[in-house]
Design a protein around this ligand. Structure first.
Ligand SMILES: Cc1cc2nc3c(=O)[nH]c(=O)nc-3n(C[C@H](O)[C@H](O)[C@H](O)COP(=O)(O)O)c2cc1C
Length: 153
Protein backbone atom coordinates (compact mmCIF):
# COMPACT_ATOMS: atom_id res chain seq x y z
CA UNK A 1 0.00 0.00 0.00
CA UNK A 2 1.33 3.41 -0.92
CA UNK A 3 1.66 5.69 2.06
CA UNK A 4 1.04 9.39 1.83
CA UNK A 5 1.77 12.31 4.12
CA UNK A 6 0.54 15.83 4.46
CA UNK A 7 1.61 18.63 6.78
CA UNK A 8 -0.39 21.80 7.31
CA UNK A 9 -0.35 24.78 9.64
CA UNK A 10 -3.27 26.78 11.02
CA UNK A 11 -4.15 29.21 13.77
CA UNK A 12 -6.28 27.98 16.68
CA UNK A 13 -9.62 29.77 17.00
CA UNK A 14 -10.43 29.51 20.68
CA UNK A 15 -7.70 27.59 22.43
CA UNK A 16 -8.46 25.88 25.71
CA UNK A 17 -8.12 22.41 27.16
CA UNK A 18 -11.77 21.49 26.53
CA UNK A 19 -11.52 22.36 22.86
CA UNK A 20 -8.19 20.67 22.41
CA UNK A 21 -9.41 17.59 24.24
CA UNK A 22 -12.44 17.44 21.97
CA UNK A 23 -10.31 17.75 18.84
CA UNK A 24 -7.97 14.99 19.97
CA UNK A 25 -10.66 12.53 21.06
CA UNK A 26 -12.46 12.88 17.72
CA UNK A 27 -9.23 12.83 15.72
CA UNK A 28 -7.99 9.64 17.40
CA UNK A 29 -11.30 7.86 16.97
CA UNK A 30 -11.49 8.72 13.28
CA UNK A 31 -7.82 8.08 12.61
CA UNK A 32 -7.96 4.62 14.14
CA UNK A 33 -10.97 3.86 11.96
CA UNK A 34 -9.26 5.26 8.85
CA UNK A 35 -5.75 3.83 9.30
CA UNK A 36 -4.22 7.26 9.87
CA UNK A 37 -1.45 8.22 12.26
CA UNK A 38 0.39 11.44 12.93
CA UNK A 39 1.18 14.27 15.29
CA UNK A 40 -0.34 17.61 16.20
CA UNK A 41 1.95 20.30 17.56
CA UNK A 42 -0.27 22.72 19.37
CA UNK A 43 0.24 26.02 21.10
CA UNK A 44 -1.83 29.20 21.44
CA UNK A 45 -0.70 30.67 18.09
CA UNK A 46 -0.21 27.52 16.05
CA UNK A 47 -1.38 24.11 15.03
CA UNK A 48 1.15 22.19 12.97
CA UNK A 49 -0.13 18.76 12.03
CA UNK A 50 1.29 15.78 10.18
CA UNK A 51 -1.18 13.18 8.86
CA UNK A 52 0.02 9.93 7.28
CA UNK A 53 -1.68 6.85 5.84
CA UNK A 54 -3.44 5.82 2.63
CA UNK A 55 -3.82 8.85 0.35
CA UNK A 56 -7.65 8.79 0.11
CA UNK A 57 -7.97 8.67 3.90
CA UNK A 58 -5.43 11.47 4.39
CA UNK A 59 -7.21 13.62 1.81
CA UNK A 60 -10.64 12.94 3.30
CA UNK A 61 -9.44 13.87 6.79
CA UNK A 62 -7.71 16.99 5.49
CA UNK A 63 -10.89 18.07 3.68
CA UNK A 64 -12.82 17.79 6.96
CA UNK A 65 -10.09 19.55 8.90
CA UNK A 66 -9.98 22.44 6.41
CA UNK A 67 -13.66 23.13 7.05
CA UNK A 68 -13.34 22.98 10.84
CA UNK A 69 -14.14 26.31 12.53
CA UNK A 70 -11.97 25.54 15.55
CA UNK A 71 -9.03 26.94 13.60
CA UNK A 72 -8.42 29.44 10.78
CA UNK A 73 -5.88 30.12 8.02
CA UNK A 74 -5.35 26.44 7.21
CA UNK A 75 -2.38 26.23 4.88
CA UNK A 76 -1.09 23.01 3.43
CA UNK A 77 2.70 22.94 3.43
CA UNK A 78 3.74 19.41 2.44
CA UNK A 79 2.06 16.57 0.55
CA UNK A 80 3.46 13.45 -1.06
CA UNK A 81 4.13 9.75 -0.86
CA UNK A 82 6.43 8.37 1.82
CA UNK A 83 8.30 5.09 2.32
CA UNK A 84 7.21 4.59 5.95
CA UNK A 85 5.23 6.23 8.74
CA UNK A 86 6.94 8.51 11.24
CA UNK A 87 4.30 7.90 13.95
CA UNK A 88 3.15 4.29 13.46
CA UNK A 89 2.09 3.96 17.12
CA UNK A 90 0.13 7.21 17.37
CA UNK A 91 -3.48 7.76 16.27
CA UNK A 92 -2.56 11.39 16.88
CA UNK A 93 0.29 12.41 19.12
CA UNK A 94 -0.26 15.80 20.71
CA UNK A 95 2.77 17.77 21.60
CA UNK A 96 3.38 21.25 22.95
CA UNK A 97 5.56 23.77 21.24
CA UNK A 98 9.25 23.15 21.62
CA UNK A 99 12.09 25.53 22.22
CA UNK A 100 13.55 24.44 18.90
CA UNK A 101 10.42 25.27 16.96
CA UNK A 102 9.85 28.59 15.21
CA UNK A 103 8.88 31.29 17.73
CA UNK A 104 5.46 32.95 17.74
CA UNK A 105 7.05 36.06 16.18
CA UNK A 106 8.67 34.01 13.45
CA UNK A 107 5.38 32.22 12.72
CA UNK A 108 3.53 35.54 12.61
CA UNK A 109 6.12 36.77 10.10
CA UNK A 110 5.60 33.85 7.74
CA UNK A 111 8.35 31.45 8.79
CA UNK A 112 6.28 28.37 8.05
CA UNK A 113 5.28 29.42 4.55
CA UNK A 114 8.94 30.20 3.87
CA UNK A 115 10.22 26.89 5.28
CA UNK A 116 11.17 24.11 2.87
CA UNK A 117 9.23 20.84 2.88
CA UNK A 118 12.39 19.17 4.16
CA UNK A 119 12.66 21.57 7.10
CA UNK A 120 9.00 21.08 7.99
CA UNK A 121 9.36 17.32 7.75
CA UNK A 122 12.44 17.49 9.94
CA UNK A 123 10.37 19.04 12.75
CA UNK A 124 8.30 15.87 12.87
CA UNK A 125 11.29 13.58 12.41
CA UNK A 126 12.77 15.17 15.50
CA UNK A 127 9.51 14.77 17.40
CA UNK A 128 9.22 11.14 16.34
CA UNK A 129 12.78 10.44 17.48
CA UNK A 130 11.93 11.87 20.91
CA UNK A 131 9.01 9.46 21.27
CA UNK A 132 11.39 6.53 21.29
CA UNK A 133 12.47 7.57 24.79
CA UNK A 134 9.34 7.12 26.94
CA UNK A 135 8.30 10.11 29.00
CA UNK A 136 8.16 9.23 32.65
CA UNK A 137 6.86 11.62 35.28
CA UNK A 138 8.07 12.06 38.86
CA UNK A 139 6.00 9.07 40.00
CA UNK A 140 7.58 6.81 37.45
CA UNK A 141 4.38 6.76 35.43
CA UNK A 142 3.94 7.68 31.82
CA UNK A 143 2.75 11.25 32.07
CA UNK A 144 1.93 11.76 28.44
CA UNK A 145 2.59 14.96 26.58
CA UNK A 146 0.13 17.77 26.96
CA UNK A 147 -0.23 20.86 24.88
CA UNK A 148 0.03 24.11 26.82
CA UNK A 149 -3.51 25.42 26.96
CA UNK A 150 -3.15 27.91 29.79
CA UNK A 151 -1.46 30.66 27.92
CA UNK A 152 2.07 29.51 28.66
CA UNK A 153 2.91 28.56 25.13
C1 LIG B 1 -6.31 21.17 14.63
C2 LIG B 1 -7.28 20.09 14.25
C3 LIG B 1 -6.80 18.79 14.01
C4 LIG B 1 -7.68 17.77 13.64
N1 LIG B 1 -7.19 16.53 13.37
C5 LIG B 1 -8.01 15.57 12.93
C6 LIG B 1 -7.52 14.28 12.57
O1 LIG B 1 -6.33 13.98 12.68
N2 LIG B 1 -8.41 13.37 12.10
C7 LIG B 1 -9.74 13.63 11.99
O2 LIG B 1 -10.49 12.76 11.55
N3 LIG B 1 -10.24 14.83 12.34
C8 LIG B 1 -9.42 15.80 12.82
N4 LIG B 1 -9.93 17.02 13.19
C9 LIG B 1 -11.39 17.17 13.25
C10 LIG B 1 -12.00 17.42 11.90
O3 LIG B 1 -11.87 18.78 11.58
C11 LIG B 1 -13.49 17.06 11.94
O4 LIG B 1 -14.14 17.79 12.95
C12 LIG B 1 -13.73 15.60 12.19
O5 LIG B 1 -12.92 14.81 11.36
C13 LIG B 1 -15.20 15.27 11.94
O6 LIG B 1 -15.40 13.95 12.32
P1 LIG B 1 -16.82 13.43 12.77
O7 LIG B 1 -17.68 13.51 11.56
O8 LIG B 1 -16.54 12.04 13.22
O9 LIG B 1 -17.28 14.33 13.88
C14 LIG B 1 -9.06 18.04 13.54
C15 LIG B 1 -9.52 19.34 13.78
C16 LIG B 1 -8.66 20.35 14.14
C17 LIG B 1 -9.17 21.73 14.40
Amino acid sequence: MTLYRTIYASRPFGFDSAMLGGILVGARRNNQRDGLTGALICRADLYLQLLEGPEPAVEAAFARIERDDRHVDVERLVAGTIPARLFPAWDMLDDPARSWLWSADEVANGALAAASPAALTHVFERLAAEQKAPRVNANGLFGGPACPVDGNA
